[in-house]
Ligand binder design. Sequence first.
Ligand SMILES: Nc1ncnc2c1ncn2[C@@H]1O[C@H](COP(=O)(O)OP(=O)(O)OP(=O)(O)O)[C@@H](O)[C@H]1O
Ligand SMILES: [Mg+2]
Length: 373
Amino acid sequence: MPRRSDTSAQNSSVGGAAVSIRALSKRYNGLDAVVPTSVEIESGDFFAIIGPSGSGKSTLLGMIAGYIDPTAGQIVIDGRDVVPEPIYRRNIGMVFQNYALFPHLTVAQNVAYPLKIRGVPKDEIARRVAESLGMVRLEAFAARLPSELSGGQQQRVALARASIYKPSILLMDEPLGALDKNLRDEMQEEIKRFQQEMGVTVIYVTHDQQEAAFLADRIAIMRDGAMTQIGSPRALYEHPNSRFVAEFLGEASIFPLKSVSAGRAGEARQAVLEGGTPIRIRTDAEAGPGSFACIRPERVTVGPKAKALDNAFAGTVRESLYTPGSIRYRVELDGTGLSLKIRVLPQADMEFYEAGSTVDIGWSADDMSLLKE
Ligand SMILES: Nc1ncnc2c1ncn2[C@@H]1O[C@H](COP(=O)(O)OP(=O)(O)OP(=O)(O)O)[C@@H](O)[C@H]1O
Ligand SMILES: [Mg+2]
């Protein structure tokens, strides 16, 4: 039979815990920071939470961590409701935007800290600190002070410190928020590799939708204290259920709909936009007032091939921009007052349309989504 003794004997092969959030809510003096929210996060999942400022992301994370008391609801970690339990019993690691390293302690002492307060023997601390610094590639920096490190290096120390006691869950709140773009990209790779090696369950808050899509298996989009849609990055991008989600995740051209004709399920149907422009859209949903048709910029075809598509228009290029990796246009559809964002992958010998050019543009009915507000 396996024997369990003190914390120092914790198994070094770690896994993630399953987290089940059940009707969890937080109310501050009449303000619902988080409305009753339920979500299942599987063991080893990388779960990202994105949403505008004030939508409740940090409040939700703080309740899971244990430093914010929920108004109601349960947080079940590996089958046990941890709401009544204090922070240190939850076996959760945390990394925040400001690294919160101890400035007077060296890198090694910072990383050792969680083990020290848990009374782990010295030689074992030394071994695990070396292992942890290896995981974040900072072996050579053990003796430095935080002030002698770059922002990215400090964040890696914070990551090593948060994970040295092998938590089964890592919570991160905008951990890369203070870093510049290049460093963020580098750290994203690092965090992903780290999570996969540890097998830990991660709940990760960010403003940055690209970051969420790169890192996460699933993303929850928060709006006014509620998770308004949860899904894989691809599902959220390709099948947003609301205008809010479509606009929050990636670019889109979105038009208010007046009506959608009756039709058989699975067939492209005739629809009319506010203002009277007819379009074709494939949907089984009924569209009433407050519905929108949405088309992503990379789904629009520019040039002669556009004529054969379900939705084909003559247009005039109003803005055109060549950026590394993509060409962007804004095209006005002649006689409609509508304007469309378009993104094209540059290819050899491709025609580039300057502002003022007349072009054919088109898209398939399959590529249009029907959205609610
Ligand atoms: N201690 C508090 N007392 C009262 N209201 C609070 C408190 N903490 C947060 N709130 C409010 O709860 C709401 C959600 O805040 P929260 O910090 O969770 O947002 P967030 O999504 O993390 O925002 P950001 O992206 O700006 O970090 C906000 O309206 C905020 O003002
Ligand atoms: Mg926050």
